[in-house]
Each structure stands twice: as C-alpha cells, then as structure tokens.
Write a protein that binds this ligand. Sequence first.
Ligand SMILES: Cc1cc2nc3c(=O)[nH]c(=O)nc-3n(C[C@H](O)[C@H](O)[C@H](O)COP(=O)(O)O)c2cc1C
Length: 330
Amino acid sequence: MTQKFFTVAPMMDWTDRHCRAFHRVMSRRARLYTEMVTTGAVIFGPRERLLGFSDAEHPVAVQLGGSNPEELAKAARICAEFGYDEINLNVGCPSDRVQNGRFGACLMQEPVLVGECVAAMKAAVSLPVTVKCRIGVDDQDTEEALDRLTDCVVTAGCDELTVHARKAWLKGLSPKENRDIPPLDYNRVYRLKAARPDLPIAINGGIKTWAEIHEHLKHVDGVMLGRIAYHEPEILLGVDRELYGEEPPVADGFEAVEAYESYIAAQLEKGERLSNITRHMLGLFTGRPGARAFRRHLATEAVKPGANLQTLRDAVAHVSRGFALDTAAE
Ligand SMILES: Cc1cc2nc3c(=O)[nH]c(=O)nc-3n(C[C@H](O)[C@H](O)[C@H](O)COP(=O)(O)O)c2cc1C
C-alpha cells in the first residue's frame, strides 16, 4: 500500500513563513504550502522577502501563479535554488486579478497550455512539479474538463495532482464565495483516482475531521486541508499518528506554543512584530475554556510596541489546561 499523505493548503495572506513554522511544530510529516507567488514577483520582486523560509519548515512546497512556460521555468529554478521541496502550479484561484493575468482557475479552460507550463518546469528543475486545480469552471462538463487537464499534465510529467472538489465560477462570485457556494463533488475526484491509479491524487475542499480524512483516504492518496488547519491548528497533531503511526512532536497546543517559542524569539530578535507571528495562532485552543480570552489578549496586546514572549505566555495563561482535546478519529 502506498503511503497516504497530508498537506496544508496554500492560502494567500495566511500560510506565510511564520504560519508554516507554527504548523510544523505540530507535525513532522504534513507537507506545507506557501501562499501563491506570481512568476512576475519571483523574477522581479524582493525575493528574500517573498520566498525566504526557515529550514525547520521542510517539507515545503512553493505555489506559483502564472501561465507563461518560460517564466514559470525561470521562477521554478529560482525557487529550487531557495531550497523548496516541490513546485506547485495554481490552476484553481478564481480572483479577478488572477483572471486578468490569465492564470489560476481560468487555466482549466486551457489544458494544453497548462501541460506546456508543467513540461517547462519539469525541464528546468529536478524537483517534483505538482498542480492544484478545480474539477472545472463555469459551464464546463466536469468529467471532460478534469480528464482533459489531467491528461495534459500527466503527459507533461506532473508528479501529483491536488483537486479542490468543486467548480470555480469565474463570473459573479468572489474568491471567498467560490470556496463555499459551488457544490462539492468528492465522487468526481474518486473517479479520477480510479481511472488514474498511478497518479498520486489529493482531495481538497470542506474536509474538517479525522473521520472524514480517513474516509477520503479510502479513495485517494492524500488530503489537503485549508481553513480548518488554519482556524483549528490542533487538528495537525493527528497527522503523524494517524497516517504514519508516529508520536506527534508535541502533545497539545500548550506544548506547541512552548516548542514555537524559540522561533518567535529569533524572529523578535530580527525586529519582527509579535502580532505578525501570533496572528496565525488565534485559532489555537479552540474549544477549550479560556480560548476566547487567549484570542482577545493576543489581539489587544501583541500589537503593542515591545510585545514579547511574555505577552504570549500571558495569553496562554487564560486557557484551562484540565481539558483534553480529542484529535483522533471521532
Ligand atoms: C484565505 C485563503 C487564501 C487562499 N489562497 C489560495 C492560494 O493562494 N492558492 C490556492 O491554490 N488556493 C488558495 N486558497 C484555497 C485553498 O487552498 C483551498 O483550496 C480552499 O480553502 C478549500 O479547502 P478548505 O475547505 O480545506 O479550506 C485560499 C483559501 C483561503 C481561505
């Protein structure tokens, strides 16, 4: 049996390096994704700020947005030099900004071009090149659209496909609505996997519990979690145990904070503001008595000049410790 895998979704403004370093303290095994970075930004922008990350984050994939094969190849090479473990192409983002640039979800309509993009990146780097897509856009027939895209990227050498199991509607819905309103069709992704036994396929969209994860993994190779991993990060404590039979690196949220302290201290030392780091921790302790006070403390205190590790410890002190969260299957 092939090893099942777990990834945390690329999320703009959310999965920055601090967020990923925080998620990493809860699982050695989860694969983490950057926010989408456009090829233009990679090639012409402030690279260290856009692409820099810490060694502790591995395994980490960079997600690129673009549709010009040469630019994608160039950007992939730069990302490989930065030390990323995987290059992922965004074929799922529906925002207007992205549609104007002719990339993201609208590329579902240009599968041949997507294949050329993947081929160019494969030729440029020796890393795995992967794609994240939807099941279709607008009035596309999802059987045809997803099969066709898969054909093109597999021929080009794509190493893995993650499918957000709903369409994107390119007109009339905001990106946020496009993550909730088009209906989920998990069976479409299961059928793709059945037809493509050799292609590693991960499923994404609306997955919230370990029970659901285990159910999906009966049909596909991997699961990608987005919002729930961000809003209730303690779910990540299940990854190493549930999928690899290994003890998680920390037992609970309290230990996660302790394990993260040295990273925070190093970042504060470099002049980073505490709130830029702790904003990703607000969902920690969800469901425990005191979680709200923890959030409120961070929201008001971590933004103040001079906020430091003690500010975080004071926030954690609001949370009741005598309450075990069950991160295993429900
Ligand atoms: C704030 C936010 C930003 C996102 N940014 C990206 C992105 O940069 N690239 C991408 O492929 N998907 C992006 N997504 C979509 C997620 O990767 C994921 O496909 C979607 O949230 C569905 O998974 P979920 O139901 O587990 O959250 C974003 C989602 C959110 C909530």
